[in-house]
Ligand binder design. Structure first.
Ligand SMILES: [Zn+2]
Length: 180
């Protein structure tokens, strides 16, 4: 059996039902969506792509994957790429970091390059349109998750550290109390 991805029929079936059984090339488990008493949900690996899912009680593919995704047993659907003239939160975060760094240099009297100065002006124009409430909430959620991870003793990556510093500053400026 060839499984090309991280979501095998076995992983999913045992993930939703520890008593899942394998027979005739497929896994049978209690349906994670309607959660009946019978193992009438089938998961079968394919040689390409994700496993086939079929609930004989009639739940749809969408019903079932909607409960698998939050449990990490099915991939998130790919989001459509935003139009190129829309700046994503990550873009804005990077720009904001750059601008703060640049301002710090100016304050300290450290000379900056012409490229940096022109980038700074360009970024400031984009950032002049402020973060949307949705973006601020997204940043706030990141900060909460980050703090919880740190409290649990996990070591964040340098990228997460810098995101946290930036997001914390933005959410603070936007009046979102950091410790909700
Ligand atoms: Zn079902």
């Amino acid at each position: 059996m060839i499984v090309h991805h991280n979501y095998s029929a076995e992983q999913i079936a045992l993930g939703v039902d520890p008593k899942a059984r394998f027979s005739s090339g497929q896994w049978r488990a209690i349906c994670p969506y309607h959660q009946g008493s019978k193992q009438n949900c089938y998961f079968k690996d394919r040689h390409d792509g994700l496993p086939l899912i079929n609930c004989f009680a009639g739940c749809t593919f969408g019903d079932i994957t909607s409960v698998l995704i939050p449990r990490g047993l099915w991939p998130e659907p790919k989001k459509e790429a935003p139009p190129s003239n829309v700046h994503t939160l990550t873009d804005k975060t990077d720009m904001q970091c750059f601008c703060w760094g640049h301002e710090k240099y100016l304050k300290l009297g450290i000379p900056t390059t012409t490229t940096d100065r022109s980038l700074y002006r360009q970024y400031k124009r984009v950032l002049y349109s402020p973060f949307t409430p949705g973006e601020v909430v997204e940043m706030h959620m990141f900060c909460l998750t980050y703090s919880a991870d740190v409290k649990r003793g996990e070591t964040p990556t340098p990228e997460e550290d810098s995101k946290f510093m930036t997001f914390q500053k933005v959410t603070y400026e936007k009046g979102v109390p950091y410790a909700w």
